[in-house]
Write a protein that binds this ligand. Structure first.
Ligand code: AMP
Length: 553
C-alpha cells in the first residue's frame, strides 16, 4: 500500500483526505489530478480541459476539501454542474472524499425537489454546495446573501452548461459571490464562449490539459460496447462466453473492483485472480507465473499493478473501466498482441464516457468500432461449439472399446442408445444451460439495459413492456404518452418537444423511458397540470403527444 499512498501523499493533501482516497481504492492520481491538484492547492484560478472519465471530479474535489475550514459552518465552496445527475454524482464524490473529515457537510441543490430542505441545509452550515445553475438562482432570488461566504467556485462541464442555456444564470451567480474567490473551470471543449467567461471571471488562470500526443497501436483488433455502469459484470460474463481467449487481462480502476470482478469470475468457474497495489510482491509474481503457465486464465488488474506485465499468452484485454487518458489506453491494450500474435481489445463505455472514447480514437488515429453485447443465441452457439470441441476427440475408437458395453447397458436399462447418450451428456455438462430458453432464463436482461437501446439484446416487445419503471425522483410526477419506439420516437424527441413547448429548463425534466408502445417521462410535480395543458396540442414525429399523469398502481 505504501507505494501508491506515495502517489497521493506526494501531492501534500491533508492526511485525512489521502486516507479517504486510499480507502476508496484509488492507487495513484490520474494525469489530470497530478496536474490540477497542486495548482488548486496553491490558490490559483485554473482552466482544466478534461472530459468525464479522466478523474476530473477528484481533481478539484480533493484540493477544495483541503482548502476549506471544517470548523466554519458556512458555505465555502460552490460547484456548478449542468444537470441534476452530475450534481448528485459530484456531491456523492465529495462525501466520499470527506469521509474522514468530521464536520464537513455537502448539499446538492437541483430542480425538481422541494426548495425548503435545500435552503435549510445551506443555512445549517454545509461547507460544500453542489448546484445546478437554474435552481441556485431560484435560491438567490429568495436570499441573495446565500453565496457571500463562498471563496471557491468550480464550473464543472462548463461547455455543457452553456449549451443548456445557463449563461444568464451564471452571470447572476458570479455577481452574488466575493470577487476575491478562487475560480476553477472544467470543460471538455474550449469554444470562444467559454474563453470569454474565463477572461471576464478568472484571474490569471493556469491551464491544464492532458497531453494527447498521437500514439500508434499495432496488430490489435479493437472494439467498444456501450453499457451502464451497473451492468459491467454481467457484460463481462457474457463476453467471456463468446470470446475465444487464451489468457485475458481485465482492467478496472480500484482495488475493490479487482476483488469484486475476480470473485464474480471465479464463482462462474473461471480461473481468475485479482492484481492490485495491495498485493505483496511475491504474491504478485505468483499470479503472473500462474497466468503464464495456464493455472490462471484471467487477471483483473489496476493500471499500477499491471505495470511491466508481459505475458505472451494474453490474447485479450478488457477495459472494464475506462482508462484515464489515451496513453494509458494504448499501454493497456499493448499487453496483448505480443510477439507478433493477434490480440483483441474490448472497451466498455458508459453513456457519459462517450467523449473519452472519441479522444482515444483521435489520439490513436483509429476508429474503435461498436459491437453489441452477445445475445442468448450467441452464448448458446458458443457453448455448443465448446462442447463439440471437447467431445470430438473423445469419439476416436470408443465404439470399438465400449460399443459392446453400450449394447449391454441399453439392454439392461431398457432404453435407447440415444436416451443413454443424452443422460451421459447431461451428467458431463453439469446441468449447464444448453437450450435457448435455459440460457435466456439464466442471463436475464438487466433492468433498463442498454443506453439508447443500442447494446445488449433488443428484448422482444412483450419483455420490454413488462420491465418495471424506475423509482421516481423526489418532487416529480411520472407522465405517460402512447407514443413509443414503434412510432419512431427516441428520448431526445420527447425531450426536445417538452423543452420547447413547455418552456422548462433541462434540469426540470427527469428520466425518460421509451418503450415500444408507450413512453414515461418524469416532470416536476409543481405546476404539472398547467404544463400538461400547455402541451395539449404538442406533436412529436407527426403524432399527438397526449401526455397524461401516470398512476403506477
Ligand atoms: P470523473 O472523470 O471525475 O467522472 O471520474 C471517473 C471515475 O474515476 C469515477 O468513478 C472515480 O471514482 C474514478 N477515479 C477518479 N480518480 C481516480 C483514481 N486516482 N484512481 C482510481 N479511480 C479514480
Amino acid at each position: 500500500m505504501t507505494q501508491e499512498l506515495g502517489g497521493f501523499a506526494a501531492l501534500e493533501l491533508h492526511p485525512s483526505i489521502v486516507a479517504a482516497v486510499v480507502a476508496t481504492g484509488y492507487e495513484e492520481p490520474s494525469a489530470i489530478q497530478q496536474q490540477s491538484i497542486p495548482i488548486i492547492l496553491a490558490g490559483h484560478d485554473m482552466i482544466g480541459q478534461a472530459q468525464t472519465g479522466t478523474g476530473k471530479t477528484a481533481a478539484f474535489a480533493l484540493p477544495i476539501l483541503h482548502r476549506i475550514d471544517p470548523s466554519k459552518r458556512e458555505p465555502q465552496a460552490l460547484i456548478l454542474a449542468p444537470t441534476r445527475e452530475l450534481a448528485l454524482q459530484v456531491a456523492t464524490a465529495f462525501e466520499t472524499y470527506a469521509k474522514q473529515m468530521p464536520g464537513v457537510t455537502v448539499v446538492a441543490v437541483y430542480g425538481g425537489a422541494p426548495m425548503g430542505p435545500q435552503l435549510k441545509a445551506i443555512r445549517n452550515g454545509a461547507q460544500i454546495v453542489v448546484a445546478t445553475p437554474g435552481r441556485l438562482c431560484d435560491h438567490l432570488r429568495r436570499d441573495e446573501k446565500v453565496l457571500t461566504t463562498v471563496n471557491h467556485l468550480v464550473l464543472d462541464e462548463a461547455d455543457e452548461m452553456l449549451k443548456l442555456g445557463f449563461m444568464d444564470d451564471l452571470e447572476v451567480i458570479f455577481k452574488a459571490m466575493p470577487e476575491t474567490r478562487q475560480t476553477v473551470l472544467f470543460s471538455a471543449t474550449l469554444p470562444q464562449s467559454i474563453r470569454a467567461i474565463a477572461e471576464r471571471h478568472l484571474r490569471d488562470p493556469k491551464h491544464v490539459k492532458i497531453q494527447t500526443k498521437t500514439q500508434t497501436v499495432t496488430a490489435i483488433e479493437q472494439a467498444h460496447l456501450l453499457v451502464h455502469a451497473d451492468q459491467k459484470t454481467s457484460a463481462v460474463l457474457r463476453l467471456l462466453e463468446v470470446e475465444e481467449f487464451d489468457a485475458l487481462i481485465a482492467f478496472v480502476r480500484t482495488k475493490q473492483a479487482t476483488l469484486d470482478l475476480a470473485s464474480a469470475l471465479e464463482a462462474k468457474g473461471y480461473k481468475a485472480a485479482a492484481l492490485n497495489g495491495d498485493i505483496a510482491q511475491n504474491q504478485r509474481e505468483r499470479v503472473i507465473d500462474s497466468l503464464k503457465d495456464g493455472r490462471l486464465d484471467i487477471v483483473v488488474a489496476t493500471d499500477v499493478a499491471a505495470r511491466g506485465l508481459d505475458v505472451p499468452r494474453i490474447t485479450h484485454v478488457f477495459n472494464v473501466d475506462m482508462p484515464y487518458d489515451p496513453e494509458s489506453y494504448v499501454h493497456r491494450i499493448g499487453r496483448t498482441g505480443r510477439a507478433g500474435r493477434e490480440g483483441r481489445a474490448l472497451l466498455l463505455v458508459t453513456p457519459r464516457e462517450r467523449r473519452m472514447l472519441q479522444v482515444i480514437e483521435r489520439v490513436t488515429g483509429q476508429k474503435v468500432a461498436e459491437v453489441r453485447l452477445p445475445n442468448a443465441q450467441a452464448v448458446l452457439d458458443a457453448r455448443i461449439k465448446k462442447l463439440t470441441t471437447s467431445l470430438a476427440p473423445l469419439v476416436g475408437d470408443a465404439e470399438a472399446t465400449h460399443g459392446d458395453l453400450l449394447d449391454r447397458l441399453t439392454a439392461d436399462i431398457g432404453c435407447s442408445p440415444r436416451a443413454l447418450a443424452a443422460a451421459l451428456l447431461r451428467k458431463a455438462t453439469n446441468a449447464q444451460a444448453l437450450t435457448l430458453e435455459a440460457v435466456e432464463r439464466e442471463q436475464p436482461l438487466v433492468p433498463n439495459s442498454a443506453p439508447r437501446e443500442r447494446t445488449g439484446d433488443r428484448p422482444e416487445r412483450g419483455e420490454r413492456e413488462r420491465r418495471a419503471p424506475m423509482p421516481l425522483g423526489e418532487g416529480r410526477a411520472r407522465c405517460r404518452t402512447a407514443l413509443g419506439a414503434r412510432d419512431g420516437i427516441a428520448a431526445k424527441n420527447l425531450l426536445g418537444a417538452i423543452l420547447n413547448e413547455g418552456g422548462l429548463a433541462r434540469e426540470a425534466i427527469g428520466r425518460i423511458q421509451v418503450r415500444d408502445s408507450f413512453s414515461l417521462v418524469e416532470l416536476p410535480e409543481e405546476g404539472l397540470e398547467r404544463l400538461l395543458t400547455k402541451l395539449k396540442d404538442t406533436r412529436v414525429a407527426g403524432k399527438q403527444l397526449k401526455l397524461r399523469r401516470y398512476r403506477e398502481d
